[in-house]
Design a protein around this ligand. Structure first.
Ligand code: SN0
Length: 324
């Protein structure tokens, strides 16, 4: 695996999930693999799980880790080409990423979308420039459009939790209310991964919240949450802002809030959320504190998602001939 920015970078999805579960059972078995290799984790936005789990995963594999919150600790970064830098930006992404290429062996990058210019966000300009100018294998820690480490952890969690062998799980992605405009990266990515996985997948959201088709194609989509929830085994709760009326909050309708009561029409569904979650707004206290919540196990699996990906990258880039 050369890069990890999307499900498209994964050659064999079931094998990657199995690898993560193997790492989970025996996290220190590959401690020699990352010896003398440095992972640089660059954050342009806040993080809790991604930072801690990826650092832990790399340490389990014997790597050194350097973390930088570049938005707070670095020079203001210029990302556009050909501009005269006589304003507020101090350092160009060409030099910044180029320098990282000298210090690190693998680069992790978090770069949220602006939610102002859709073409710019969906071109993944910043991510592509970091890949290009660093020359390094790059792990996305959430980009403008996708959050693949989260989606891998989600698929690991569903695989672990679903015990029936005679049918596929029904997985529902439901929009939830929020007061702020949030990225589409988590739901885009979840849709992209679920469409590749062996599950029955349904997306439900209010009108106007349709996601980018390239990520959802193949999924059933309905505006009727109750209909979507019928017989669900897993419910993935997430807010996102509008893709078509880009970055806008079109409604905060609290009827979309999932409560323990509403689980009655499901197959005693397990409830998932990537966190951070705003209690009482996006998801009810009773679900988060009840037996159906998987949120902490999802977070736990972030470690093994990152560990499986970093292991593949170390094998591909530093063990000649192993190109998984
Ligand atoms: C991010 C998002 O993409 O939705 C990160 C999720 C892993 N979430 C937020 O920015 C939440 C911010 C808030 O104010 O609730």
């Amino acid at each position: 695996m050369k890069q990890f920015t999307s499900v498209k970078d994964v050659l064999d999805l079931p094998a990657l999930v199995t690898e993560a579960l193997v790492q989970k059972r025996n996290p220190f078995a590959n401690k020699a693999l990352g010896r003398n290799k440095t992972l640089g984790l660059i954050f342009m936005n806040p993080s809790l799980r991604t930072r801690l789990s990826t650092q832990k995963a790399a340490t389990n594999l014997g790597m050194e880790v350097i973390v930088m919150n570049i938005d707070k600790e670095g020079w203001a970064l210029e990302t556009q080409d050909g501009v005269i830098m006589n304003g507020t930006t101090v350092e160009h992404i060409r030099e910044a990423a180029g320098v990282m290429g000298k210090y690190f062996d693998i680069l992790g990058l978090r770069s949220f979308p602006s939610l102002k210019n859709r073409d710019e966000d969906y071109s993944e300009d910043i991510l592509q420039k970091f890949i290009h100018y660093s020359g390094l294998p790059l792990v996305s820690l959430e980009s403008g459009t996708l959050h693949p480490l989260q989606s891998l952890a989600d698929l690991i969690t569903i695989t672990e939790q679903f015990t029936f062998t005679n049918r596929k799980p029904k997985v529902v992605l439901t929009w939830a209310p929020h007061v702020k405009a949030l990225p589409q990266a988590v739901p885009n990515s979840f849709a992209e991964w679920m469409n590749q996985a062996d599950v029955d997948f349904v997306i439900t959201h209010p009108e106007g919240y349709e996601l980018y088709e390239a990520f959802t194609a193949g999924a059933a989509i309905t505006y009727n949450q109750e209909e979507a929830l019928q017989d669900a085994d897993f419910i993935y709760v997430k807010n996102w802002s509008s893709y078509h009326q880009y970055g806008q909050v079109l409604t905060t309708d609290e009827n979309w809030l999932l409560t323990q009561n509403r689980l009655g029409i499901t197959n005693n569904a397990k409830v998932m959320h990537c966190l951070p979650v705003r209690r009482g707004l996006e998801l009810s206290h009773d679900i988060l504190d009840g037996p159906n919540s998987l949120v902490l196990e999802q977070a736990n699996n972030r470690v093994y998602a990152a560990q499986a990906v970093l292991k593949r990258m170390l094998e591909t880039n530093f063990i000649p001939g192993d190109d998984q």
